[in-house]
Design a protein around this ligand. Structure first.
Ligand SMILES: [Zn+2]
Length: 203
């Protein structure tokens, strides 16, 4: 049963492609959401949906869509993901500490109206088939080095367009009252989204 605090995102201005529902674009290589019956359905806390829907006029005006790669993550899925990739630095140790398990965070990227993703310094979740295989084999050093590109303070004169897209997304998401994470350009969450105001929600 889905908590009544959660709302499913079905508005056509949002493209739902949850990375942990399938095996592609997924560092764990394991279709965890599908395995446990959630499938490709994006739920968020109703307070987060209240903010996300403020994007619709902007998306309309700019002929863009917002692609959702992760939203509410059931605590049991979090535990399973953590089992698949037990290395520190990937998933919060306890589901209780992850804003995704409270429905207060989303992982996103902007696309054009046909769903074509714009360029960013890394793909969402820094997914790369090479590093995904490395990480699944327990070799994380190179991946953590590569992750520096996922930071908001990453700069590179040869990647001005990707960096501009990253900054546009941040400006947009902050304009509706969401907060960025310094080390994941794709992740946005509700202010106080990790506090007792929003307890973990069971699925
Ligand atoms: Zn996230």
């Amino acid at each position: 049963m889905i908590s009544e605090q959660l709302v499913e995102i079905t508005d056509p201005h949002f493209i739902i492609e949850l990375m942990y529902a399938g095996t592609s674009h997924n560092m764990t290589g394991c279709p965890v959401y599908t395995e446990m019956g959630l499938g490709n359905h994006a739920y968020v806390h109703k307070d987060l949906w209240e903010k996300l829907q403020k994007l619709i006029p902007w998306l309309e005006e700019h002929h863009m869509k917002l692609k959702i790669f992760d939203a509410y993550r059931p605590p049991s899925a979090h535990v399973r993901l953590k089992e698949v990739i037990p290395q520190p630095g990937f998933f919060a140790i306890m589901p209780e500490t992850s804003p995704h398990c409270r429905g207060t965070a989303v992982d996103v990227a902007l696309t054009d109206e046909n769903g074509r993703e714009f360029s960013y310094p890394t793909p969402v979740d820094a997914y790369d088939p090479f590093y995904a295989a490395e990480v699944q084999a327990g070799r994380c050093k190179g991946f953590f080095e590569y992750l520096k590109k996922a930071r908001h303070d990453y700069q590179n004169a040869d990647e001005t367009e990707s960096i501009r897209n990253r900054d546009t997304l941040r400006e947009l998401m902050e304009s509706i009252g969401l907060e960025a994470l310094a080390h994941e350009w794709w992740h946005y969450e509700l202010p106080r989204g990790r506090t007792g105001k929003y307890p973990m929600l069971r699925y």
